[in-house]
Design a protein around this ligand. Structure first.
Ligand code: 5GP
Ligand code: MN
Length: 340
């Protein structure tokens, strides 16, 4: 069992006990771990008869919408007034799966300004020290795994019902690429096992999340790999770039390009992959690596971003063509590390 400091657990217990309005939130562009963690904690509190509100800075992909109570999540970008009211009235806010306020983008100011106690539960390196309580462990697979630990250590394993279990399982599954990376500790599998014991159907969840592409999304993936992927064997690297028009052609919906950045890593000898997606006012950058090349450092240096050693993101504020030109120069510059 992960050792969460007893004092932290006691303080957290007291905060929860005396809170009247609890909010649970997560980062911008929430992924499976973000949504799974938010909903998992929500369901765990609910079984203790503690109500909470859930807020995300923007929408989440449709392949996560099946999760129990996902439709109760308030989308700040669509419902600012309600979200701001909830944040202003909150006396306890759980911040899940991010390590600094900038990660909630447009919601940062209201979130930070709220007089509520801010509780961080997260697995990213180098968290900001602006939270009242920090439950931060980088060695866990996912925030969902950490939320499981918090709930179990606060309330015992019996407090985890099916709804909570299936949300936490989804978080762990998505952040580990279905248990293929970031899960070298046996504890991840032990927890997944306990969640299965609560009734999670592994095959069903896998299907709900991964086998539900629209035809357009599948064809966008095919197009990306056939027409928009450049491979550099000499740098063990590859990138995919997608213009706004490409996205439009395939009727892009939120979340459609999720996971695309991983595909180049399936090419023999490729250890570093990037995905550049053209947005309204910036290029969204997704980075993945295998082994020692730290993409969070790379993102911090060139894309005002961060993340994990092998999975990071950021933004480029130039045109697509300038972004990929610069990236190719960066590959040359980092050739030694990429070939180490
Ligand atoms: P993705 O490429 O899937 O958007 O993000 C991969 C990882 O990088 C996630 O852990 C995510 O939290 C982190 N990440 C993505 N974008 C940003 C960003 O703009 N800033 C920081 N600090 N982390 C990011
Ligand atoms: Mn995560």
């Amino acid at each position: 069992m992960l050792k969460i400091d007893k004092n932290i657990l006691n303080t957290l217990n007291n905060f929860i006990g005396s809170a009247k309005n609890i909010v649970i939130t997560t980062h911008h562009n929430p992924d499976g771990d973000a949504i799974g963690s938010v909903l998992g904690l929500y369901h765990a509190l609910k079984t203790k008869n503690i109500t909470s509100a859930m807020i995300t800075p923007n929408g989440f992909p449709n392949f996560l919408a099946w999760m129990p109570e996902a439709n109760s999540i308030v989308d700040y970008s669509k419902n600012k007034k309600k979200a701001e009211e909830l944040l202003a009235n909150a006396d306890l806010i759980f911040c899940l799966d991010f390590n600094g306020y900038r990660r909630v983008e447009g919601m940062a100011e209201v979130l930070e300004k709220s007089t509520a106690k801010h509780i961080l539960i997260d697995h990213h390196p180098d968290p900001e020290s602006t939270f009242d309580i920090q439950v931060s462990f980088t060695e866990v697979s996912s925030t969902a795994e950490l939320v499981y630990e918090v709930i179990e250590q606060l309330y015992g394993p019996d407090n985890i019902n099916y709804n909570c279990a299936v949300c936490l399982y989804t978080g762990i599954m998505t952040d580990t690429g279905s248990f293929s990376y970031a899960c070298s500790h046996q504890q991840t599998f032990a927890i997944a096992g306990k969640l299965v014991e609560k009734g999670v159907n592994v095959e069903e969840v896998q299907g709900l999340v991964y086998n539900n592409f629209t035809e357009n999304r599948m064809r966008l993936l095919g197009f990306s790999l056939a027409e928009r992927m450049k491979v550099f064997p000499e740098y063990k690297a590859a990138y995919i770039w997608l213009y706004r028009n490409d996205l439009k052609r395939f009727k892009h919906q939120l979340g459609d390009t999720e996971g695309f950045v991983n595909y180049p890593l399936s090419i023999k000898g490729i250890n570093f992959s990037a995905l550049f997606t053209e947005n309204d006012n910036h290029i969204k950058v997704s980075l993945r690596s295998r082994g020692n090349f730290a993409v969070n450092q790379f993102s911090k240096l060139y894309y005002q971003g961060g993340g994990h050693k092998n999975a990071a993101g950021g933004k480029a504020f130039m045109s697509m063509d300038e972004t990929i030109k610069q990236f190719e120069e960066l590959l040359k510059k980092h050739s030694n590390e990429l070939n180490a």
